[in-house]
Ligand binder design. Structure first.
Ligand SMILES: [Fe+2]
Length: 144
């Protein structure tokens, strides 16, 4: 259970970082297809942000404390911070790479939750993996 709690916190901090990066891209994207990219990143950050409270409460249900500071997030997160202003295609490919990384993290943590017989938690994690598969599809299709 301790290993699962640790993995959940890493997944949570990574998901929050992913959310922030998508919102950052939504704010700062520029170019002739501005509206399209602004909305693409907007749809992604909104979906991910919509999962955050449930995710945090799942960590509490697992009898662990939920991290909630930039310091802890940067210690735990597997998603690199972006501080540069990238062009729209680079933003899309960075977010695609991160979304695939998130799907991979959820795949691993799902298997850990299943091993512990935590089916409700596993169900939540399966949903997050699937949500990232969908985000990856949208991002990949945009890059074609
Ligand atoms: Fe907005």
């Amino acid at each position: 259970m301790e290993e699962l709690s640790k993995a959940l916190k890493i997944a949570f901090a990574s998901e929050f970082s992913f959310y922030l990066k998508a919102h950052y891209f939504h704010w700062n994207v520029e170019g002739e297809n501005f509206q399209q990219y602004h909305e693409l990143f907007g749809g992604i950050y909104e979906e991910v942000y919509g999962s955050i409270d449930d995710f945090a409460e799942n960590i509490r249900k697992a009898n662990s404390y939920t991290p909630g500071s930039f310091e802890r997030f940067s210690m735990l997160s597997k998603i690199d911070d972006e501080t540069e202003i990238l062009d729209a295609r680079s933003m899309t490919s960075v977010l695609l790479e991160d979304s695939e990384k998130m799907a991979g993290i959820f795949k691993i943590v799902f298997a850990m939750a299943e091993r512990e017989g935590e089916h409700g938690l596993a169900d939540f994690l399966a949903g997050r993996q699937d949500a990232h598969r969908k985000h990856s599809w949208m991002l990949r299709a945009t890059l074609k």
